[in-house]
Design a binder for this molecule. Structure first.
Ligand code: ADP
Length: 274
């Protein structure tokens, strides 16, 4: 089981003077159960690639398969395959719209046709997952919350759908250090529960290290590096030319070598890795 991207090219504004190939013949397989980071500077094609994973946009050429199903075909199973991929966009809190935290998180599961008792259970679980106290926050307007809390409500709304693949596009962008730490801890815990494959977009190596078991680096719509973190962090030239900020790279590498820093998420020691 996997998400398979085969030879995907995506062109914005085709046949206009602004035509732009945002993705150029990308081939990538994301195995179920993995934690993959997609890194690259602004404009490298990360968001465009992510929007292909649940069929939000269809490739100009090439194929996207989820667990063997072409999600842009007319065939059976397309909706189910798309729904197995949950998508947390950049600044997801801008999409909150319901009057209460409860209603916002319940919106997706209700839309999936779940019975109210099941919806209720999903909301409670999702709120616990993002560390929002149910009794305290369920009836509060999402717009009365802090930025970090709003982000958590938005993420809970996707987690409540129990996606098998969870795509997070720059989940920590704009958060203060504490909110960022808490959110990364929630993501670690979700991954370590064992039922969710995580695909996390980030341009910040500090967020990725100690989490992803694999890093895919995009530059100008192409994959320029793909491998285990310890391999990717050695590729300083590639990282620099991909515009990735890596100010502490030397120190990070030293800590990894001294085994003072886990290079990827170690679920058996998640408490210490946190
Ligand atoms: P990233 O997520 O890495 O910042 P994007 O996927 O957003 O990159 O963008 C890749 C390229 O596609 C950029 O050159 C960007 O300007 C262009 N692009 C993105 N969205 C649009 C759009 N809606 N219309 C035209 N060009 C776009």
């Amino acid at each position: 089981m996997a998400i398979e991207i085969e030879n995907v090219t995506y062109t914005y504004m085709k046949k206009t003077p602004y035509e732009k190939d945002a993705l150029k013949k990308i081939t990538l397989k994301i195995e179920k159960g993995s934690f993959v980071a997609v890194a690259g500077h602004t404009g490298s094609g990360k968001s465009t690639l992510m929007q292909h994973l649940n069929g939000l946009i269809a490739p100009s050429s090439g194929i996207v398969k989820v667990d063997g199903v072409n999600i842009n075909s007319k065939g059976k199973g397309k909706i189910k395959a798309r729904r197995s991929v949950g998508m947390v966009f950049q600044y997801p809190e801008t999409q909150l719209f319901e009057e209460t935290v409860y209603a916002d998180i319940a919106f997706g599961p209700r839309n999936f046709g779940l019975a109210e008792a099941a919806v209720d259970k999903r909301v409670k679980e999702a709120m616990a997952f993002v560390s929002l106290d149910y009794a305290q926050y369920k009836d509060v307007s999402p717009f009365a919350l802090s930025g970090g809390q709003m982000r958590r409500v938005a993420i809970a709304g996707i987690v409540a759908l129990k996606p098998e693949y969870l795509v997070l596009d720059e989940p920590t962008a704009g958060l203060d250090p504490k909110a960022k730490h808490d959110l990364l801890k929630n993501i670690k815990d979700l991954y370590c529960e064992g039922n969710t494959t995580i695909i996390m977009v980030s341009h910040n190596m500090d967020d990725i290290i100690g989490l992803a078991g694999r890093i895919v680096v995009l530059n100008d719509g192409q994959i320029v590096a793909d491998g285990a973190p310890q391999e990717i962090f050695m590729e300083k030239e590639i990282l620099t030319s991909a515009g990735l900020r890596a100010p502490h790279l030397t120190q990070l590498l030293q800590k990894i070598n001294e085994k003072a820093l886990p290079v990827k998420l170690d679920c058996l020691n998640v408490a210490t890795a946190a």
